[in-house]
Design a protein around this ligand. Structure first.
Ligand code: ADP
Ligand code: ZN
Length: 728
């Protein structure tokens, strides 16, 4: 009987397509195959096979491709993500099935050239340049050598043909060096040792049958900043590797620094295999293969590493689990922390979530016993948490047009006099968030988005932080034509740097934000320089708030603690509390104690009060109670539907038609359509519907039925579904 194969194709398709397997081709679920789709050939994955009498009308599978098959747990993860997020199943598959692009596939083993003993027969000037460049005997690639000598590649090729240069194959750098779990290490503190024992003891690596047990509950490893959580979870990673299983450490992309990789190397003897957006081409594919073969024992990666085809996954660590960077907000809207918990369940492997300031959801899961809770209540090495004090900006106002209050200036001064480092934190890139013409009142706004353009003075530009649109900062107002009336309103980090340079003229000042000139590599070097104490005042956005270890930093000044509190988003309190805890926690991680000064207009606000008193428990208790009273997550469920179109009326009309089809049953509430918080992005108008349900409602089933009976999507209308939106 013919065999019909259900093939899932990594395009925005909800279900697999049926093909017939040609005689002699034995297909099994997970196989990567090539199939015809319309006029072209495309890659897909076998999702199911059935023997049937029919199927004669189906097109045949072209053939199997030489890639490792997708494991059962990985295919279940795709199914799970599609069901949970309502994304097309093919789109979820696309996240897993990143096949080599052609450039990478064409690349072969690295070849380098070096000089032989033979003198050149025809020494032209170009050839002489090449010989001079190669004279140091170092191995270089052909094009690197040509570039260095300033000649074309054909000159180098000519010298190879003449036997003056020879080629040698170079072993590629290993993508996944083997970490040594028993590499000599610094001793753990008693508190760390206790936490390791508590954390690792129940893990069932040597007891594969222990599946349904408690031992596989996810664990929240919670400890204040600087408590030594990293060293604790490193021991779990070591135990996992000793048991012959692979470990995955997920981190927010910006925390994947050289400092972290070196710290890993100090514990395991080698740097870990790193998976992030910057890893390209061939190297990416070699790492994927090493993961699939079980060769790569530990992978550290940003959220997309969650979809790597591990052969024997034994542990997932989600570092800084509360980070918003774990939520992907375009394409498939998924939360990597939550999907890590799902993957752990499917792979039968434990998951460890770490944080100094866990997400409310995670805290509630721990409180209810759904997660185990391992605590590290004190800083490592007897170091104290920084003293945190408020500066009441109503009483201690800066001078006109300034943003540093007198007490903060004095504190920075005395810190610098002691030879220590200060960090001034403001979560706003650029020079000023708004530019206004004093003569006509015109405010400079993005052409594509409902946002103000942010002045970047170093670049002499007005920039949209939403879509990247940029224009030159005009000399005269583009509206009324008058000169000298454009005013920068409010501060960004560049403006604070200007003020700090006036206050502390002889000090080394650096501004660190994600748009640091020179790109990621320069930024990395700069972060290292800060950690080495080669700078006096750091002025930074949230980029510097998290994860870094700056041993010379003893003072943190928060310029505007209230920024996040006014947004009206129910998660504003949680986010602000987390960010302020993290950034103040940068102080005093080295030998000397630290302190933090927080400029605020609302020192009595519960978030600020909890921060000042160091009473995180009280904050969590109050916030959890407030969420419960309002039926907000995790006590109720939420989803957002974002309707967008290039005309406002079209988007709004589609949103209204959706609302009319909502028919919410008992326990479901549908709000909107209302203009989305960002009503215009990249030239598309956005309206939002919010769905709020009680906890026991099947949110996905409701959404699916609603979309099905709702209006047909026409023209350039798009409807994006965001289950568990992070801002609402
Ligand atoms: P957390 O992740 O909880 O904020 P870290 O793991 O970064 O804390 O540890 C804080 C500091 O203490 C780091 O500088 C780290 O190198 C140091 N540290 C932690 N544990 C040890 C240990 N067992 N021996 C030596 N230094 C340690
Ligand atoms: Zn824009």
């Amino acid at each position: 009987m013919p065999v019909v194969a259900e093939i899932l194709i990594p395009l925005a398709l909800d279900t697999p397509y049926s093909y017939v397997a040609p005689a002699g081709l034995d297909l099994a679920p997970g196989d990567v195959v090539q199939v015809p789709l319309g006029p072209r050939e495309i890659v897909g994955v076998v999702w199911g096979v059935t023997e049937t009498a029919g199927g004669s009308n189906l097109r045949p599978v072209t053939g199997r491709l030489p890639f490792p098959p997708l494991s059962d747990p990985l295919r279940s993860l795709v199914d799970w993500i599609a069901r949970y997020t309502l994304a097309p199943k093919g789109s979820a598959l696309a996240m897993v099935l990143r096949l080599p692009d052609e450039a990478a596939a064409g690349e072969t083993a690295r070849v380098a050239v070096r000089l032989t003993d033979k003198p050149p027969s025809r020494p032209t000037p170009a050839r002489t340049k090449v010989l001079a460049a190669a004279a140091d005997g170092a191995l270089r690639g052909k094009s690197a050598l040509a570039k260095e000598a300033g000649v074309s590649l054909s000159v180098v090729d000519g010298l190879i043909d003449d036997g003056v240069l020879e080629t040698v194959a170079v072993e590629p750098e290993p993508v996944a060096p083997r970490p040594d779990p028993d590499f000599p290490r610094a001793p753990l503190s008693p508190a760390q040792a206790a936490a390791v024992a508590e954390l690792v003891a129940p893990f069932p690596w040597d007891r594969p049958q222990a599946q349904d047990s408690d031992d596989l509950r996810p664990v929240l490893l919670e400890g204040v900043t600087g408590s030594g959580k990293t060293e604790v979870y490193f021991e779990a990673v070591a135990a996992c590797v000793r048991a012959g299983r692979q470990a995955l450490i997920l981190m927010p992309e910006i925390a994947l620094t050289a400092q972290f990789l070196d710290r890993f190397a100090a514990r395991f003897g080698v740097r870990p295999a790193a998976w992030h957006s910057g890893i390209g081409g061939k190297r990416r594919e070699r790492l994927r293969a090493a993961v699939a073969e079980g060769e790569a024992l530990v992978v550290v990666g940003a959220r997309s590493a969650l979809f790597l085809p591990f052969a024997r996954l034994g542990l997932i660590v989600v570092d800084e689990e509360h980070e918003t960077a774990y939520k992907q907000e375009d394409g498939v809207h998924y939360h990597a922390r939550d999907m890590a918990v799902v993957r752990g369940r499917l792979e039968n492997c434990p998951v460890v979530l770490t944080s100094a300031t866990p997400a409310i959801e995670t805290r509630v899961n721990a409180a209810r016993g759904r997660y185990r809770h391992v605590l590290l209540p004190e800083r490592f090495g007897g170091r104290r948490l920084p003293d945190i004090a408020a500066i009441d900006m109503r009483l201690d106002q800066p001078e006109r047009g300034r943003f540093l209050s007198p007490p903060l200036v004095n504190a920075v001064k005395s810190t610098l006099e002691r030879g220590e480092q200060a960090l001034l934190f403001l979560n706003r890139r650029g020079y000023a968030p708004l530019t206004l013409c004093r003569a006509c009142g015109h405010r400079y706004q993005c052409k594509n988005c409902s946002t103000w353009l942010v002045e970047h003075r170093f670049r002499r530009a007005l920039v949209c932080h939403q879509c990247g649109y940029a224009e030159r900062r005009p000399e005269a107002c583009t509206e009324c034509g008058t000169f000298d009336n454009l005013t920068a309103c409010g501060p960004g980090v560049e403006r604070i740097a200007e003020e700090a340079a006036e206050m502390f003229p002889d000090r080394r000042i650096v501004v660190l934000s994600s748009d640091f000139p020179g790109g990621a590599e320069r930024l990395r070097q700069e972060l290292e320089a800060v950690a080495a104490g080669e700078c006096d005042v750091v002025i930074g956005t949230q980029l510097v708030a998290k994860g870094h270890n700056f041993p010379f930093l003893t003072l943190v000044g928060v310029l505007d603690a209230d920024i996040g509190l006014t947004s009206g988003d129910p998660r504003a309190a949680e986010r602000t509390f987390q960010l302020l805890q993290q950034v103040t926690g940068r102080a005093g991680r080295g030998e000397k104690p630290g302190r933090a000064l927080v400029q605020t207009y609302q020192p009595d606000h519960p978030v600020i009060a909890a921060l000042l008193s160091g009473d995180a428990e009280r904050f969590y208790a109050e916030e959890i109670q407030a969420r419960e009273a309002a039926g907000l997550p995790p006590f109720g469920r939420l989803a957002a539907l974002i309707v967008s179109a290039s005309e406002r009326e079209v988007a709004e009309a589609h949103g209204q038609a959706l609302a009319r089809a909502a028919e919410p049953p008992e326990g479901v509430m549908v709000l909107g359509p209302a203009e989305a918080p960002l009503a215009l992005v990249r030239g598309r108008y956005r309206f939002r519907l919010l769905v709020k349900t009680e906890r026991n409602v099947d949110l996905q089933a409701y959404l699916r039925a609603w979309i099905a009976r709702g209006p047909k999507v026409r023209g350039n209308v798009r409807v994006a579904i965001d289950v568990d939106p992070q801002s609402f």
